[in-house]
Design a protein around this ligand. Sequence first.
Ligand SMILES: Nc1ncnc2c1ncn2[C@@H]1O[C@H](COP(=O)(O)OP(=O)(O)O)[C@@H](O)[C@H]1O
Ligand code: SF4
Ligand SMILES: [Mg+2]
Length: 337
Amino acid sequence: MPNDLLLSIRDLHTWFELRRWGFVRVGFVHAVDGVDFDLHRGEAVAIVGESGCGKSTLAKTILGLHLPRQGEIIFDGRRVRGREDLRWYRSRVGYVQQDPYGALPPFMRVQRILEEPLIINGIGPRDERVRRIRTALEDVKLTPVDDFLARFPHMLSGGQQQRLVIARAMILQPQLIVADEPVSMLDASVRVEILQLLRGLQERYGLSVIYITHDLSTVRYFCERVCVMYGGLIIERAPIADLLRTPRHPYTQALLAAIPDPDPENAHRMRDVPSGEPPSLLHPPAACRFHPRCPAFMPGICDVHVPKDFEPSPGQHVLCWLYDDTGLVAPRPAGRA
Ligand SMILES: Nc1ncnc2c1ncn2[C@@H]1O[C@H](COP(=O)(O)OP(=O)(O)O)[C@@H](O)[C@H]1O
Ligand code: SF4
Ligand SMILES: [Mg+2]
């Protein structure tokens, strides 16, 4: 279905220049360093990885808030390049930030917070704006609506603030929502509610969602596919069930093993966490970025040759030499002809 594709990003690189004393260039932080990614209409995809691997930078680049150094973003068939493209694109993409209080202007009332994007985008008359504001608040269950319109953000709980951020992200009726760790700063008691709310909105409006998290245990709430990010790259992508059943990349395997066991009987058991330090993005490790931490490291291969994209089972892609069934670089995996 050619029309089914909403967002396509190709070879995306976003680097940050690092300077000492403001003028001596130290180098570049390779926060996003060659990401390819497709998203279909109505699809929810999770991007998972530990802190510092480049998730927020990827989110902001997808949102048009960071300009990539290289690569392209194609949205709804249109290449997003110039200022006019960006304006068109930004009104079709909603952003749910990690810290709801920090994302909301403290001196604006709820009504004004939701009306501003409508005014900026020339949506009117006023009756139409009020209608949309009321619908958005009902959608995120900030009801009765009249009780919330005149409140300031500090008069809302953390969960209510995040509902308001979601309402603002929805107010322009976007096709895509990018949610960057939307529940990581909330109390555990409201996390599932907020994720279910996002899932409900996605289904009702046929939205596409990119859900960014460091916590693989939350993705099953609403994602069809998962991309695992490590050191500025997507190192594995697969349908959620396949990834949970048969994680292929040694890093994904370590991430899955680190999920706490919900069974209280097993709560005392130590879980493996990916040992070692996350890689420097200023001087990323050569070839496979996971090689200094990898239990399956093959000297002379993993530290010399950049892993290619292998597809060990349909739809499951992995950057790892363990799945090189050509045998040209790494030894042929056991059991394959
Ligand atoms: N504006 C910036 N300027 C310089 N470095 C940045 C900037 N934003 C992020 N970084 C660096 O890029 C890397 C990836 O950061 P980030 O995208 O926030 O990761 P994550 O969201 O996965 O924790 C980190 O090393 C971080 O310090
Ligand atoms: S390429 Fe080598 S070092 Fe990298 S994850 Fe695979 S086995 Fe480990
Ligand atoms: Mg982040």
